[in-house]
Design a protein around this ligand. Structure first.
Ligand code: ZN
Ligand code: ZN
Length: 346
């Protein structure tokens, strides 16, 4: 039933420029944005391209001074959470590239190239932040979190399974499943981590790090929108895969992910001043509903259709839904200082 996908040639002049299918189709490899199968992908391209930023342009001077003044609990959560983000975000460069490799639509390849590049900057930003506030041994320990932390390993089990299945047994079905996990990463898995940094920022702590996190957050929301559109278009091109069984699988992954995210947030955020764990759980469920709707599915947490974590709206919802965002208003703090922050030690 599922179609094994072949590796795609780079150029095939006998094929048309406008692709015949997103995966498993025919295309010449020549990309003409005015003649693509899904014209609205051009808007995604423009929105994603507009997000360019570099970690090393963010001023970390205050964060370097403040890190030592954080509580022990905040410091340890900070290091673990950066470790979590690096674990999830690092492989996204490769995951985006591999989806791109198997797509037969040149517009998808082009958008995925920009997404992969942005993921690479996200990962770089975690190294940049850590090199600003911690010695090399501590930095390395933080990056080990994804390999050794039992709760995180458990939490990431299904991502590992689904991504590797796609990598080793590439079919349209395994690609669709990888897209579901990409959507979960972009739209749900990072959000308790983001909340931790925004909570520090609202207490005027580690604002440089939070500014960077807000750029990552903004990128992930755009990536999530594109991957959801790609998922829906791929599914509608392959109606044989659009079954109740598959939909149930997606819902099951969302339920499982919400459980794992909630366990993780309790493990990492308990005792952090300003974070209410019940509110956090509601926020995670709200994010799950939101991503399900983007994927063309329905809410599974009807009591969480609104974001109850009111304070976080100033940081997240603004650039989720409108043009302005909290950190844009604070652009004074976005100072370019390529050589003031100890990044040379990396
Ligand atoms: Zn990312
Ligand atoms: Zn992303």
């Amino acid at each position: 039933m599922t179609k094994k996908l072949d590796k795609v040639k780079i150029l095939e002049p006998i094929n048309p420029n406008k692709s015949t299918a997103l995966f498993g189709g025919k295309a010449s490899g020549i990309l003409n944005w005015n003649d693509i199968a899904y014209p609205h992908f051009y808007q995604h391209r423009e929105q994603i391209r507009a997000l360019f930023w570099r970690a090393s342009e963010v001023d970390m001077t205050q964060d370097i001074k403040q890190f030592g003044t954080l509580t022990e609990k905040e410091r340890s959560a900070f290091l673990k959470i950066i470790g979590l983000l690096a674990t999830l975000d690092g492989p996204q460069t490769d995951a985006a590239a591999r989806l791109s490799n198997y797509s037969t639509d040149p517009s998808v390849k082009s958008i995925m190239a920009t997404i992969a590049d942005q993921e690479s900057e996200h990962n770089h930003s975690y190294a940049y932040v850590l090199s600003s506030v911690a010695d090399l041994k501590t930095q390395n320990e933080s990056f080990e979190t994804g390999r050794v932390d039992v709760i995180l390993l458990k939490r990431n089990e299904r991502i590992v399974e689904v991504y590797n299945e796609f990598a080793l047994n590439t079919t349209i079905e395994s690609a669709l499943k990888a897209m579901v996990y990409t959507a979960l990463l972009e739209g749900l898995f990072f959000y308790s981590a983001f909340a931790f940094f925004y909570n520090l920022a609202r207490n005027q702590k580690m604002v440089g790090t939070s500014t960077m996190v807000s750029y990552i957050n903004r990128d992930e929301l755009q990536h999530g929108r594109f991957i959801s559109d790609l998922f829906r278009a791929t599914l509608s091109e392959n109606p044989d895969l659009n079954t109740k069984e598959f939909t149930d699988w997606v819902y099951d992954q969302f339920r499982h992910s919400v459980e794992q995210e909630t366990i993780w947030s309790r493990y990492q955020l308990a005792g952090i001043d300003g974070i209410d764990l019940i509110e956090m759980e509601g926020y995670i469920k709200y994010r799950a509903n939101k991503m399900l709707r983007l994927l063309g599915l329905s809410d599974i947490y009807p009591e969480h259709t609104e974001n109850e974590m009111k304070w976080i709206r100033a940081y997240v919802d603004n650039f989720d839904d409108t043009k302005t965002d909290f950190f844009e208003q604070k652009s004074r703090q976005y100072t370019k200082t390529s050589d003031l922050n100890g990044f040379d030690e990396l």
